[in-house]
Design a protein around this ligand. Structure first.
Ligand code: F6R
Length: 635
């Protein structure tokens, strides 16, 4: 949600910033801008629209200089226009600042600045208020002390060091007044080759290069230049120069951070032969599912090995209740997880919307284990839920894809998805990885309780068959594309499933909404007759997720009810299901037979493809759907 890239080095900053923004565009694409320090001026180019528009602007009016900052915006305050695009400036136009997050008390701060005579605001954004606040504190300090100290006492070098220190202090002083969240980067016209970054609640990573350093919202923006990264913590302030950097806290205490190696390369974040990232990521699922279970199964003991949980067998044995929390697609994975853990381990499990959980007083037992599920590891509500759970003293574990993300770092332990970078805004491969990990957790907890070795080994065999079975489903892509074309004119779609596949109905509907903009709803199949059936009509097809499982015949009853009311039916089924649905369903997608608890890993794939092909047919921007952004770092 909003992407930031900053650069200080020996190369021209503008192309590096633009390239980094292209890689962060999935975080927001309402407007974009860059600011480059050129001599004693800051050259800014910014506009509403995508990076491609900004690139045109920069090519028409180049901005030269070897340090600068940049931003791609997902609007929170102020509409989408050129003025509200970042960077924003202080009153004197000296400081350029980019920001990801929300300054909640910006109106109070603005009022205070206006009372002090600062009326030079050009935008409606909270960010501009922060730029003005930092500028006013910095200018006040310079005016009070003077940049030269006693006549004849300062060399240009110490003068410049003074300015840098004053700017960092001004940033600290301003941020202490801020209520809200921020990841920021800023430059000052009078201080070339220098930038300041800070974070609270919004991610910021420092890329450490050779005679060049970077700031970015995530490492994908800088991995082409360096794989050495320092993940900043909340309340860190970093002063960045070409060949050095200094991290300190908001109170000025020195910080020590380890340099981490980024696991992926630029190759991993290329679209390759695929038309869209989403399609590439759907097709990566045989590998990502394999990677989610790699090294985590023990055949001898018919269980799972999850050392990252940081819990002894005795501690795991003592868990009396599980809470799974997350947002959006991750929440749907949690819902499958509830069925899985209750069935495999007979442990009471509940799913909580992270946004609700964090603000309410869910009664939890002493031995409740909380899992925060998040691809990005940065989702504000999930992070809030994790912090609330930890504050209450619960052991809280993360299921994350993004290594070293805030949720991963703040959890007591967890399980990484190892799905590789997910760039398409609609989550696909991270979902199936989450499902695999939740199955592993169910298996591990189950084998400590009531699950026999034979049952455990059946689960393991079913998990191991999944990558090959997903490959089979992917071969149906062309058939699904033809079905999607048939339904391009519908007014909306309903999705139904039962048991393990009820959450898959929700996920199928979410994918459809997100990328086709069609109205879509998911429900447990049996709920149909309790009201939803009133919606059934010829231009509103129903998608039934009905593999040949213990609830198949019940699902068939529900398709009959839709058929009787002239609603078109698309069925996803397996085994003998197709025979029975023939004549009932208008279109049938057949997937391989699969053990019921792991069936969602297979049934969701045709739904991802269905939404994808329909979106392409409708001419939608699949990887950057309207109004959305990946990694929702605001509440
Ligand atoms: C849906 C989607 C979102 C995310 C949600 C949580 O396709 O991408 O619903 O699943 O914003 O994101 P993470 O998993 O990063 O916490």
């Amino acid at each position: 949600m909003c992407g930031i890239v900053g650069y200080v080095g020996r190369s021209e900053a503008a192309p590096i910033l633009l390239d980094g923004l292209r890689r962060l565009e999935y975080r927001g694409y309402d407007s974009a801008g860059i600011a480059v320090v050129d001599g004693d001026r800051v050259e800014t180019r910014k506009c509403a629209g995508r990076i491609v528009s900004l690139a045109k602007l920069v090519s028409a009016q180049p901005a030269a200089g070897s340090s600068g900052i940049s931003h791609t915006r997902w609007a929170t305050h102020g509409k989408v226009n050129d003025e509200n695009a970042h960077p924003h400036f202080d009153a004197r136009g000296k400081i350029a600042l980019v920001h990801n997050g929300v300054i909640e008390n910006y109106q109070a701060l603005k009022k205070q600045l206006i009372q002090n005579g600062d009326t030079n605001f050009r935008s409606d954004t909270d960010t501009e208020v922060l730029a003005h606040l930092i500028g006013s504190i910095y200018d006040g300090a310079v005016a009070a002390i003077g940049d030269r100290g006693q006549p004849g006492s300062a060399t240009p070098a110490t003068t410049s060091q003074n300015s840098k220190a004053r700017l960092v202090n001004a940033v600290r002083a301003a941020l202490k007044q801020v209520i809200g969240t921020y990841g920021i980067a800023l430059v000052h016209a009078d201080i070339p080759d220098f930038m300041v970054g800070a974070r609270r609640g919004s991610p910021l990573v420092l890329g450490v290069g050779k005679e060049e350093n970077f700031l970015a919202s995530d490492v994908s923006a800088i991995v082409a230049h360096t794989r050495d990264a320092i993940y900043l913590n909340d309340f860190d302030v970093v002063a960045v120069e070409r060949d050095k950097f200094e991290i300190s806290s908001l109170d000025g205490a020195a910080g020590h951070h380890a340099v981490s190696k980024v696991e992926f390369s630029t190759e991993d974040i290329k679209k390759g032969e695929y038309a869209h990232y989403m399609l590439k990521e759907i097709f990566e699922q045989p590998d990502s599912v394999r990677d989610a279970m790699r090294g985590r199964l023990t055949y001898e003991e018919c269980t799972a090995k999850l050392g990252g949980l940081n819990m002894t067998p005795a501690e795991l044995r003592d868990v009396s209740r599980i809470v799974l929390t997350g947002c959006g697609t991750a929440l749907h994975a949690a819902m499958v997880g509830e069925y899985l853990i209750e069935q495999l381990a007979n442990l009471p499990t509940e799913v909580e919307f992270a946004s609700e959980f964090r603000h309410r007083n869910t009664p939890l037992t002493r031995d409740t284990l909380v899992f925060a599920i998040s691809q990005s590891g940065e989702t504000a509500d999930t992070l809030g839920a994790l912090r609330e759970s930890r504050r209450k003293g619960h052991r809280t574990l993360g299921i994350c894809n993004n290594v070293a993300s805030t949720i991963a770092r703040e959890s007591d332990g967890g399980v990484y998805m190892h799905a590789g970078p997910e760039i398409g805004v609609a989550a696909t491969k991270s979902f199936t990885s989450q499902l695999v990990i939740l199955t592993l957790i169910g298996l591990l907890l189950g084998r400590m309780r009531n699950l026999s070795a034979a049952q455990g080994s059946r689960i393991i065999a079913a998990l191991e068959a999944l990558p090959g079975q997903i490959e089979e489903v992917l071969k149906l892509s062309n058939q699904i594309k033809e079905i999607a074309k048939k339904y391009a004119d519908v007014s909306g779609m309903l999705f139904f499933g039962r048991q393990f596949n009820f959450p898959i109905a929700l996920e199928g509907a979410l994918k459809m909404k997100e990328i086709t903009y069609l109205f879509a709803e998911g429900h447990p199949s049996a709920e149909l007759k309790h009201g939803i059936i009133a919606l059934v009509r010829p231009d509103l097809p129903s998608v039934f997720i009905a593999p040949d499982d213990t609830v198949f015949s019940k699902n068939v009853n529900n398709t009959e009810q839709v058929k009787a009311r002239k609603g078109p039916i698309i069925a996803i089924t397996s085994g003998n299901g197709a025979k029975q649905l023939k004549g009932l369903a208008n279109d049938i997608i057949e997937i391989p037979a699969v053990l019921e608890p792991v069936s969602p890993v297979l049934t969701v794939v045709p739904l991802q493809l269905f939404a994808y092909h329909l979106a392409v047919e409708l001419g939608r921007d699949v990887d950057k759907p309207r109004n959305l952004a990946k990694s929702v770092t605001v509440e």
